[in-house]
Structures are given as structure tokens and as C-alpha cells.
Design a protein around this ligand. Structure first.
Ligand SMILES: [Zn+2]
Ligand SMILES: [Zn+2]
Length: 441
């Protein structure tokens, strides 16, 4: 019999098997019952009223205030290096009641998940990267460029590990990424508020064991080594207000996670695609599937064993394609070794965590979001106090290069009359003079 630790109160929504409610509902692994639904069903008034709003069983971004003692975690990527529309790659957002927000990994496709949460980009300025696989930082460039374009007016702050040589570390990767965007950035000089086009990199020793790498505003973030592909990967813990969040990034089961993830309120660890599905669906050879699925990554059975050891208030498994024909196998394999609270993560799963309660829901997002509100007023192009400093970092010109005469002469001046009208319209509507830049040729 497995020794199951049941949290004080857990509202169970999707694939969460707390023993108390599991027995009450006779729930299977696919139970969708929740105590909120049960309470509502017991109150006839709330069920029969055709006009009264009832409690939502999903999270709608920008509709709920965060309590002063509350942590909210949102999965913004739970998938694989091979991209798919249904799941971005690794990314978890942590929001705290003190106003701080942290991004842990920013894998391919996750920037658009983050954008759909409608959070001002000035608040999304802290990114912790567990390792430098594309599925864990592939959206960094989009967050860097797109975030600045949509309102981040300060540097993007990045924390990530060293490697065995400088070229295998985070600082090198970020510098090369900035260089990759030389043309992109050079073309924006003089056209946009440039304050957000800057990056602060904080590289720390990948071998450090439970070392503090961030300590601000009552939040402490620690790093400890992970075992995955090459030396370099790390896992993180975040502690604030008596709550502990742990994010494994990628790792084979390791002694550091077992030790330093203890007492986690929420422990997120990779749980890789089961070996038969690696062969059947990803077309790996059996040899490759066994190596990748059990030695480089954490197999579901091994994930369960790790969680059974550390006993978190909520264990979160991610890093598999969650489909109708894969989920049951993942769950069954985990349940051979672990009996505690479990979330099989998918994109937009949300955890609201307090000392007494963990509520698990899905977010329903607006896919057609535009820019979120600005945290502070935008500057017209030209102010750009960081432009010179930043230009030196990546070697882009400090002043706009503009077009060559060859390209300038290709502009078709026949549109001047209609575009002049757009300037006139803006001048009249806004009560300011916007002179039209006449075509020179
Ligand atoms: Zn990886
Ligand atoms: Zn990965």
C-alpha cells in the first residue's frame, strides 16, 4: 500500500486523484468532478437561477486578483522539441501575491501562450532557463523582440547555468542570439522605443548545489544540478511566503532533486513519452527510444518514484504529448510507483496555491489578444537612453542606417497622395502636426 499524503484541501479538476474525493466519487484517473461542483449541486438556488452568475470552473486571464498570500502557476508549454499546435514546449509562469512574476524555461511556441495571458510585458522581465535545449529556450528571441515591441520598457533579465566551457553556457547562447538579430535590431533603431531591447544575463555555476541565485522582495530562488544530455542543466526552487515551487526543467532522476525538492507545495518534473509511444508514434528505433526515454529523460515510472520520495502537495508531470491515446498509459505507469496528488500537465493548466488549498483548473484564453496595457508610458522613438550601450553590445549601429540610394529610388511615389491623407487625418484627430515625409525621388 502506498503511503499517500493528502493535502488539507485540494480541489480536483483534471486527472487529480486525491484519495478522499477519489473514494467519495469512486473516481477513475479521468475524473472531472470537483468539490466546487459538488458544493454548487448541493445549493439548489445556484443551480436553478437563470440570471445569477455562478462560479467559473476555469481560469479567465485578467479576471481574478491574486491574494497577498497566493501563488498562481500557469503552464505555458508542456510539450516536446518537436513542435505542434496543441502544445508549446517547456514554459511555466509563476505569479506571486507580492506582484512578482517569473518565467521558468521559455521553450518553442511558449511566447504566444504568455501573450494570451494579457500581462503587461514590464512584469514579464525575469526568465530562468534550466538548460539550453531549444524546447526550453526557443521562444526567448520572440520574448526579447516581441515583448519590447509590445511594451517592455526595461531590460529582459535572464538567469541560466554555465557549461563545462564558456561556449556551452547561457551568456554565450544569449550573446549569439542577440547577434543573430543584428539585422532585426538595426532596422528598428530610430523607429521604436528602444529601452526594452536590452538583456541582462546572470550566469551561475551549474554545479552549485542549492545555491541562492536570486533574492529580492522576499523571493529566494535556488539552483541545483540536473542530469541531462551534457553537463550544464539545472533545476530550480522558488520560495516565498512559506510556499515552495520546484521546477526540474529536464533531468534523469537525480539525488539533488530528491533532496532539494522536498517540502515542495508544487513540484514540476519532466515525465517523458512512454517508450512504446516513442517507437510507435515518434518512429524512434527501440534502441534510441530506450536510451532517450529512460536514460536522458525521466520515464513515467521513474517520475512516480521520485514524487513518492519527495511527497509534494502537488506533483506535476510534463514533457509528453498529451493525447487521448497516450494519457492513460502515462497515468498508469506513474501510478505503479506514486499514489499522491498528481496533475498531468497540458498547456494552460493553472494551479492556485495557498497554504491551505491547491486549486487546479484550465485557463480559457482569448486567442486574438493585442498588446496588454503598458505598465508605464511609452516614449516616442529617439529618446532611447539604452540604444548606445546596447548597440555596442551587439555591434549594431547607434544611429539608423536608413535605406541606400538604390532602395530609396525604388519607392513608388504614386502612393504619396493617399498616405498624406493618413498623416492629415492623424494631425486633425490628435490636434498635433505630423509632417508627411515626402518621397524624395
Ligand atoms: Zn532537454
Ligand atoms: Zn526538454
Amino acid at each position: 500500500m502506498l503511503n499517500v499524503k493528502v493535502p488539507k484541501k485540494v480541489v480536483l479538476t483534471t486527472f487529480v486523484m486525491g484519495i478522499t474525493l477519489g473514494v467519495y466519487f469512486g473516481a477513475s484517473g479521468s475524473s472531472v468532478f470537483s468539490s466546487a461542483v459538488a458544493e454548487e449541486a448541493a445549493t439548489a438556488e445556484s443551480v436553478v437561477s437563470p440570471v445569477k452568475a455562478r462560479e467559473r470552473d476555469y481560469y479567465s486571464p485578467n479576471s481574478e486578483s491574486l491574494a497577498a498570500d497566493e501563488m498562481r502557476v500557469i503552464a505555458c508549454g508542456t510539450g516536446m522539441p518537436t513542435t505542434r499546435a496543441a502544445q508549446a514546449a517547456a514554459c511555466f509562469l509563476v505569479e506571486l501575491g507580492n506582484g512578482d512574476k517569473f518565467i521558468f524555461d521559455i521553450g518553442s511556441g511558449s511566447a504566444e501562450r504568455l501573450s494570451s495571458l494579457q500581462i503587461p510585458y514590464d512584469y514579464l522581465d525575469k526568465i530562468f532557463i534550466g538548460h539550453l535545449h531549444a524546447d526550453h529556450f526557443g521562444s526567448l528571441g520572440e520574448m526579447f523582440i516581441g515583448g519590447a515591441l509590445l511594451g517592455r520598457q526595461k531590460p529582459l533579465r535572464i538567469w541560466g547555468p554555465t557549461g563545462r566551457t564558456p561556449e556551452l553556457g547561457t551568456a554565450y547562447a544569449v550573446q549569439k542570439m542577440k547577434e543573430m538579430y543584428t539585422w532585426d535590431l538595426a532596422g528598428r533603431v530610430g523607429l521604436v522605443d528602444f529601452r526594452g531591447y536590452s538583456i541582462e544575463v546572470n550566469e551561475f555555476d551549474y554545479k552549485a548545489e542549492n545555491a541562492v541565485i536570486y533574492e529580492e522582495n522576499g523571493v529566494t530562488i535556488r539552483s541545483f544540478p540536473a542530469i541531462h544530455s551534457l553537463d550544464g542543466p539545472v533545476s530550480f526552487s522558488l520560495e516565498w511566503n512559506g510556499l515552495k515551487f520546484v521546477f526540474g526543467s529536464d533531468s534523469y532522476p537525480n539525488k539533488w532533486f530528491v533532496e532539494y525538492a522536498k517540502d515542495a507545495d508544487i513540484a514540476i518534473h519532466e515525465c517523458f513519452v512512454a517508450v512504446p509511444d516513442l517507437v510507435g508514434k515518434m518512429r524512434f528505433t527501440p534502441e534510441q527510444a530506450l536510451t532517450v526515454g529512460t536514460q536522458i529523460h525521466t520515464a513515467p515510472e521513474a517520475f512516480g518514484k521520485v514524487m513518492q520520495q519527495i511527497q509534494p502537495r502537488m506533483a506535476v508531470a510534463y514533457h509528453f504529448f498529451k493525447d487521448f491515446d497516450t494519457t492513460a498509459a502515462i497515468n498508469d505507469r506513474i501510478r505503479t510507483t506514486y499514489g499522491g496528488p498528481l496533475s498531468l500537465a497540458e498547456d494552460f493548466m493553472v494551479w492556485n496555491i495557498t497554504k491551505d488549498d491547491i486549486r487546479v483548473r484550465m485557463a480559457v484564453v482569448e486567442e486574438h489578444t493585442w498588446a496588454p496595457p503598458l505598465a508605464s508610458a511609452a516614449q516616442p522613438p529617439g529618446g532611447d537612453p539604452d540604444r548606445e550601450k546596447y548597440g555596442k553590445e551587439v555591434g549594431i549601429p547607434v544611429k539608423s542606417l536608413g535605406y541606400s540610394d538604390f532602395i530609396k529610388e525604388g519607392r513608388w511615389g504614386e502612393v504619396d497622395d493617399v498616405l498624406r491623407g493618413v498623416y492629415q487625418e492623424a494631425s486633425e484627430k490628435l490636434g498635433r502636426d505630423f509632417p508627411y515625409p515626402e518621397t524624395e525621388n
